[in-house]
Design a protein around this ligand. Structure first.
Ligand SMILES: [Zn+2]
Length: 209
């Protein structure tokens, strides 16, 4: 068999292995019209019960992705046991990539997975915060952090992950972005990122001048 045919089958298997586990993340909430209680993308989401429910639902969707990731892995493994088929190598490599992307944390100190329970718990606590930033506190999750809509005080410095809303950047771009980012925010977490530190340094320099 020619190398081109082998390569095509490898790439096809790889694509299936990469896309298949992410299908729930791409379509599940977006096609079931579950937008009722949430403002449209990319508007900020108020900290409240609908947000917590959505976070828990997204956690379940991520778990579903894990279960679906096992399909190409197992299928590839069984094919490889009988013959060295490039398509099967692609399947296993794609599935392994999914698993690696989930178990390696993006930054130190974060919990396991894209939506760790500890994060949901912290956001749930913000529904009834111990300290208030101002009299008319109105916390909402913006693209880069959770802030008060009234006094702009930052309550939590966590960029907003994908929450399964129908994306404003169109179906194709939205799908591509989720495939590339896996539901993570495109913005790095502020506290320990190089960009965050750079912004902080710039702020200090500006203050000194
Ligand atoms: Zn406030």
């Amino acid at each position: 068999m020619s190398i081109t045919a082998d390569l095509t089958r490898l790439v096809f298997g790889l694509s299936v292995g990469i896309i298949l586990p992410r299908i729930p993340l791409l379509f599940f909430t977006r096609f079931l019209n579950l937008e009722r209680d949430l403002p449209p993308h990319p508007d900020p989401i108020p900290i409240g019960v609908p947000l917590i429910q959505r976070l828990l639902l997204m956690r379940r969707v991520h778990t579903m992705c894990w279960m679906i990731a096992l399909l190409p892995m197992l299928l590839g493994y069984f094919i490889l046991k009988s013959s060295p088929e490039p398509f099967a190598v692609g399947l296993v490599a794609g599935g392994s990539w999914f698993i690696l992307s989930r178990i390696v944390p993006l930054h130190m100190g974060s919990g396991f997975g894209i939506l760790p329970l500890s994060l949901i718990q912290e956001i749930n606590n913000l529904r009834e915060p111990e300290t208030r930033c101002c009299e008319h506190q109105q916390l909402q999750w913006e693209v880069r952090s959770i802030r008060c809509n009234h006094c702009r005080d930052v309550a939590k410095d966590t960029p907003r992950p994908d929450l399964g809303r129908i994306r404003s950047d169109g179906r194709l771009m939205g799908t591509l972005r989720i495939l590339l980012m896996d539901g993570h925010s495109v913005f790095p977490p502020n506290e320990d990122s190089v960009i965050g530190q750079g912004v902080e340094l710039l702020g200090q320099v500006a203050e000194e001048e």
